[in-house]
Design a binder for this molecule. Structure first.
Ligand code: SAH
Length: 360
């Protein structure tokens, strides 16, 4: 028996072409194919049966030939600060997380690219759970689609690949996902509003730079010396700091350094000066990230005061520096935390009236 073709694994242009050929085969007018294609990403609908603008007979034929798979929502948590966290269960039982962060009139979705992660960064909850598998394109872009299908819908204005996993180790699926998210006949989010975050997987950085669109690159630096970085991020053996900096210098578009502030580990004024030198070399922006508690290891967050001192040192070197606001603290919204919590079979935290928890 022929397996049904998954339309959500294709770029919008490829899906439209498949549908057009199928319409011809079924002796349907070509505009019917365009109608269906529009409901994949632009104006998403849950499935063929919901496309009531298409004749029933053609909908049934479509459903025999193609599929538009959903991701099953397993849990949803809403923080007092408006941040929402979603846990999706995939067909094989794997769990992945998506976080929606509202700010002013933006809605940033933090999406996952792998189930688990192989990199074992010492402070990261996803790293601690180990690697299960790469996500397929429809499972990555599908996170954005699922939130748009909620009632009321959550429509992303910005995307960051800062959920579970290392996107550059799943480039095969991330590459078409970027097209789906950005294309006008896809989700239609501007490339400058889509950021791929990586520990510095060099072939991935090259592949991203070869794309013509202005996608943003964020580099998880976290330490200004090789020795310290090595102690926090085992991947530094394969992609040492100097090589990552070199790749950042060659990247001809905006680069952001991400730097998790670890109390007593990487947060002295000397570290700030060393980081500043690297940022100057790469003309990079620096994002200082307060440590989200409940990650991994027994790190302590740097105090707010010491984070400002660190930021001031960088700004004194004329480096654009932002201190990221910690969001969703009450719902464990850092990388990997919801899945960890669920798998310990504990009730999600915050199950009281103002920290609304919904478990499907
Ligand atoms: N693998 C990619 C993308 C996923 S992690 C990468 O590492 O860039 C996204 C960001 O969250 C990374 O910068 C990561 O270091 C950071 N992060 C992980 N655990 C964290 C924690 N407990 N507190 C704050 N940031 C964390």
């Amino acid at each position: 028996m022929n397996q049904k073709e998954n339309l959500l694994n294709l770029t919008p242009a490829d899906a439209a072409e498949r549908l057009r050929r199928f319409a011809v085969e079924m002796e349907q007018p070509a505009y019917r194919a365009a109608q269906v294609a529009r409901h994949l990403w632009q104006v998403p609908l849950p499935g063929f049966e919901a496309m009531t603008n298409i004749p029933l007979g053609f909908r049934q034929q479509l459903a025999e030939r193609f599929e538009i798979p959903r991701l099953e929502l397993a849990a949803r948590q809403i923080s007092v600060d408006g941040t929402q966290k979603f846990l999706f269960r995939l067909a094989d039982g794997e769990m992945i997380e998506t976080v929606a962060i509202p700010e002013d009139n933006r809605l940033t979705l933090c999406i996952s690219s792998q189930a688990g992660c192989a990199l074992k960064c010492s402070f990261c909850a996803t790293g601690a759970m180990g690697f299960s598998r790469n996500l397929e394109t429809f499972e990555i872009a599908g996170q954005v689609r699922e939130l748009a299908l909620l009632d009321p819908p959550l429509r992303a204005t910005n995307i960051v690949f800062m959920g579970m996993g290392e996107p550059m180790m799943n480039w095969k699926a991330v590459d078409p996902t970027l097209t789906i998210l950005n294309a006008p006949d896809g989700v239609g989010i501007g490339a400058r509003h889509i950021t791929v975050s990586t520990v510095g997987v060099l072939p991935g950085i090259v592949a991203l730079s070869e794309r013509p669109e202005q996608f943003r690159l964020a580099l998880s630096i976290h330490a200004p010396t090789d020795e310290l970085r090595q102690s926090l991020m085992p991947i530094n053996t394969k992609y040492p700091l100097a090589d990552v900096i070199d790749a950042a210098k060659k990247f001809d578009r905006r680069v952001t350094f991400e730097y998790v502030m670890l109390g007593g580990v990487n947060d002295t004024p000397e570290h700030a000066r060393q980081l500043g030198e690297l940022a100057l070399e790469c003309k990079a922006f620096v994002n200082l990230i307060p440590l989200h508690p409940g990650g991994a290891g027994d790190f302590k967050p740097t105090s707010a005061r010491d984070i400002s001192i660190f930021a001031r040192t960088l700004r004194g070197m004329r480096i654009q520096t932002a201190i990221r606001k910690s969001r969703g603290m009450d719902i464990a919204a850092a990388c990997g935390q919801l899945r960890v919590e669920r798998q310990r079979r504990r009730a999600p935290v915050g199950a009281d009236q103002d920290r609304h928890v919904q478990v499907a």
